[in-house]
Write a protein that binds this ligand. Sequence first.
Ligand SMILES: [Ca+2]
Length: 441
Amino acid sequence: MKKKRRSVGGLILALILIAVIVAALAIGIPYFLNFLSSNENSDSSSSDSSSSFSSSMSSDSSSSSVIDDSSSSSSSSSSSSSISSSIDSSSSTSSSVEQGFTPISYYFLDLNTYYTGDCTYIKAGDYDILIDGGARKAQGATITNFLNEHVEDKVLEYVIVTHAHQDHIAGLVGSQNASYPSGRTGVLYNFAVETLIDFPKTDATTAIYGEYLEARERLIEDGTTYLTALAALDTNNGIIELGTGLSMQILYNFYYDHEPSDSSLLDPSFSTSGFSDENDYSVAVLFSQGENHALFSGDCEEYSEKSLVDYNDLPECDLFKAGHHGSYTASSSYLLDVIKPETIVVEATVGTSEYASDANHSFPAQEAIDRFAKYTDSVYVTQVGNFDNRSYEPLNGTITVSYDSEGNQSLAFTSSSLKLKDTEWFLNNRTMPEEWRGESL
Ligand SMILES: [Ca+2]
C-alpha cells in the first residue's frame, strides 16, 4: 500500500514538474535567447575594450599587441571575432606577422659629417628603437630629421645609450635651433621616449655629459621610464619581447659593476685598465629574430668583449656592428670566434685621423679588418673622409639591414653598394687580407 501511494504521489509530482518545465520553456526561451545575445554583446564589447586598452597602453597600435590579445583571450568564446576585427582594422603587416616573424630593420645612419659617431635606428615591428646619437651636437638635426620620417607615432619606445662619450650622445642633446618646436635639434628634445636605458657606470665629467643628464632628467620628469643596463637585467634576464619570434636582450658586461682595477678577476693577464675605461663600460645589446641575431657592443674593447663572451651565452650572429667603430682595440678574435659574424657594419668616417694619428689605425684598422676577414667579406662602412681638410662623403651612406617575416636578409644603401674590400679607399689604404683575395667567400 505504502509503496502504491508513493508511486501515485510520484506520478502527480512528475506531471506537475513537466507542466512547470513546459510553462517555463514557453515563457523563458525568448527571454533566455535575449539574455544570451545581450551577454554575447557585453562579452565582445569587454574584449574589444581590453584590446584597445592594451594597445593604448603600449602607445603603439602594434601588431605584437594584436597577437598578444589573441593568445591571451583565446579561451573566451567571443575572442575569435575580436581577433579578426582587430587584425582587419590594423595594417597589412599583421597578417604577415601572423605567418612568421615580426620583421626588423636596422638603419646605420650616415651622420653627414667628417666626425665619427654612432647612431643606429631600429624598426622592430612597431617598436622604434634608437641606439646612441653621435657624433656632435650638429648631428642632432641630421638624426631628428631622419627619425621624423621614420617614427610615425613620434614615440621612441626604447632609447639605449651605450656610454658617455660625445660621439655617442651629442646628437641626443643637439644644438639650439629656434626652428624646432623644442628650440633644440636633439633627439631627446623632439621625441617622447617610453624607456631610456643607459650605462650603469661612467667617469665622465664633460660638458656634453652634463647636458645629456639634463635632457635625461627632463624626460624622466615627463614620464620616461629610466633604467641602467644593470637594472634592466633584473627583469626577465634583460630580455624584452618585441614581437613574434623577436626580442632584444640587454647583455651583462663585467664593467657595469666592476672597477677597471678589478680586471684581473676577468682575466689574470689583464692589467688594471684597458684601452679606455669609458668604452669598456658600454651597454651591449643582442637582437634576435628567430635564428638571426645582431650584436651591438657600443665601444666595448678587448676586455669588456671578453666579459660579454664569458658571462653571456652569445649565439652566432648574422649581423655585428663593428666594435668601437672598427678600432684595432675592439672586435677581438675572442669575441668574433664565438659570434662568427656574416655581415659587419662599421659606423665611422673611415680613414680620418680624428682618433688615430697612425693611418693604419684610422677606422677601420688593418688589424680589425684582418680579423673580420676570417668570417666574412660582407663589411660595409657609412662614411669616408679627411679630418685634416674637414671633408667627407658617404661611402655606403646609411646602411639598412632588414629581415622579413621569413627571416630573409636584405641590404639597402643610400650611396654605394660596394663591399669595403672593393672600395677605392680600401684599395688605396689597406692591405687585402688573404681570405678576401680568392673566391672562397
Ligand atoms: Ca613608436
